[in-house]
Design a binder for this molecule. Structure first.
Ligand code: NOJ
Length: 557
């Protein structure tokens, strides 16, 4: 397995809207980010993935881009952005920008032109079709509820939008569009950025006939996943992008790929394939979703989680590369989801960090995860801002579901759980802004905040700092092989890593009850040193795991 800087890096994700506001308008901004770079340097991360900062009408908080080469006014200017990049590089931190090219905003100049007439030179930048029997061209459902098609009066045709109707899908079949995207990528790479996180990049190739999706239950709309996820020309497009752009730079790329399997991930990330460096897969994020999808919440099943993550560890080893994440701007907070955000918040957050960071892959930390920030429960739907949540709420209310029931699923799964302002200190709004924040702060900011964490040597922050430092010292963490133990144990997550004559044993208790396990034959714990643990006093020879304990042992020779 070849060594690469991005395999040995830890990435920190910034969601700029909610990170730090420097000018009191209630919206995070670039100068705010600059003011917190020393904090991130102290944490020890190597790379920042910055969610979109481009010009956008913010239908989906910047994931609807109206100009790929401009900075959103609310966030600052290009000069601010350049200063930020310089300040990151001065501190040895790399910058990965978000690349959102499955769709643009409907306010992008291309779309404004495209919708004008059927023979307009920009018409084919998007996916237009005639209606079928007075209805949409097919039965696909938008990820954000309702039909994936919107009728446009001007030319009496429909355009495809897999996300909101203000996010029309770009037509990757058109070589001119592809060239524009590649030129835009070069524009940013030439400014000195270090790579891209590619938004739903495995959606860009659609089956050209756009067939109806199977709909056995006769619902109004059906998921057309099989016709646009990992579509027929996806590898060709990514190889072309690599050839035209990425191969000319020492960059890092991560493709966000819902529905990707390990077999496909090997094709996307195999070193001889020249596509992307690593993927964001979603299988482990779906463990608490029932047959009805994301909002159909079921309890987290640890045995299932272990089998999924182990499959990814084993199948990519030596063949491809994966990212490791619990959180991002689309996911609820992991300490509330899989840990315990009450009495054991600190301990369970540290356990979850250990569990993830000792595996193979590039770890991602989402802003606030290093503080153990938790989910939020706003009492009224009016306090929620996320388009996915609001559309779903309206749809379910119209279907007759009880608002209280819908709210319960939002508390568990809503994306705004991750988007409440970063909690910097115990002052109003957690020190995020001097004004009114665009979304309310989690009221627990007096208890959970960065200032407190930095003053407490036992904080989650310093635990992450240590995990990052350990990764830097031990090649076994990025490069070692993986073996799971106690696959069927409902509460213990145990695995070993092996690399030459080195071994690491990771023992985690994913429960609030003590767990006693047997000796693991392949690992002599009595000879091992403790690499990291969330226990103050740990008896090395006892296989008794305290509630939410995590300990990693190390042996050489
Ligand atoms: C995935 C992004 O992470 C999410 O926030 C966004 O809504 C969709 N892609 C559409 O761009």
């Amino acid at each position: 397995m070849t060594k690469k800087w991005w395999k040995e890096s830890v990435v920190y994700q910034i969601y700029p809207r909610s990170f730090m506001d420097s000018n009191g308008d209630g919206v995070g901004d670039i100068k705010g980010i600059i003011s917190k770079l020393d904090y991130l340097k102290k944490l020890g991360i190597d790379v920042i993935w910055l969610s979109p900062v481009y010009e956008s009408p913010n239908d989906d908080n910047g994931y609807d881009i109206s100009d790929y080469k401009k900075i959103m006014d609310e966030f600052g200017t290009m000069a601010d952005w350049e200063e930020m990049l310089g300040e990151m590089h001065n501190r040895g931190i790399k910058l990965v920008m978000d690349l959102v090219v499955n769709h643009s905003s409907d306010e992008h100049g291309w779309f404004v032109e495209s919708r004008k007439s059927k023979d307009h030179p920009y018409r084919d930048y998007y996916i237009w079709r005639e209606g079928k029997d007075g209805k949409e061209p097919n039965n696909w459902e938008s990820v954000f509820s309702g039909s994936a098609w919107e009728y446009d009066e001007a030319t009496e045709e429909y355009f495809l939008h897999l996300f909101s109707k203000k996010q029309p899908d770009l037509n990757w079949e058109n070589p001119k569009l592809r060239r524009e995207i590649y030129d835009m990528m070069k524009f940013w790479l030439d400014k000195g950025i270090d790579g891209f996180r590619m938004d739903v990049i495995n959606f860009i190739s659609k089956v050209p006939t756009l067939p109806d999706a199977p709909n056995p239950e006769g619902k109004p709309y059906a998921s057309g996943h099989e016709y646009f996820m990992n579509g027929p020309r996806i590898h060709e497009f990514l190889q072309e992008m690599n050839q035209e752009v990425l191969s000319h730079y020492d960059s890092m790329t991560v493709g966000e790929m819902p529905g990707v399997t390990p077999e496909e991930a090997v094709l996307y990330t195999g070193e001889d394939r020249n596509e992307v460096n690593m993927v964001f897969q979603f299988e482990h994020m779906d463990v608490d979703s029932g047959p009805g999808g994301k909002w159909d919440v079921i309890p987290f099943d640890l045995v299932k989680l272990k089998s999924i993550l182990t499959k990814w560890q084993m199948e990519l080893h030596g063949k491809g590369w994966n990212s490791l994440y619990w959180n991002n701007h689309d996911q609820p907070r992991i300490v509330s989801r899989l840990g315990q955000d009450g009495e054991y918040r600190v301990k369970s957050a540290k356990m979850l960090a250990t569990l993830l960071h000792m595996m193979q892959g590039t770890p991602y930390i989402y802003q606030g995860e290093e503080l153990g920030m938790t989910n939020v429960r706003f009492s009224s739907i009016d306090e929620y801002k996320d388009i996915e949540t609001l559309n779903m709420y309206r749809e379910k209310v119209a279907q007759g579901m009880k608002p209280e029931e819908i709210m319960e699923s939002i508390y568990v799964k809503g994306r705004d759980n991750a988007r409440t302002p970063m909690q910097w200190d115990g002052t109003e709004h957690g020190g995020f802004t001097d004004g009114e924040p665009w979304i309310a702060s989690n009221p627990n900011y007096r208890e959970i905040n960065a200032e407190k964490a930095l003053n407490d040597p036992e904080s989650i922050f310093y635990y992450y700092q240590k995990l990052i430092a350990i990764r830097k010292k031990h090649d076994i963490i990025p490069y070692g092989s993986f073996e799971l133990h106690y696959a069927d144990h409902p509460s213990v997550y145990a695995y070993t890593r092996t690399h030459g004559d080195e071994k690491i044993l990771v023992l985690c208790n994913v429960s609030g009850e003590e767990q006693v396990i047997d000796n693991i034959a392949s690992f002599d714990i009595t000879q091992a040193e403790i690499l990291i643990s969330n226990e103050e006093l740990h008896e090395k020879d006892a296989f008794t795991l305290n509630p939410w304990e995590a300990t990693a042992y190390y042996i050489k020779g």
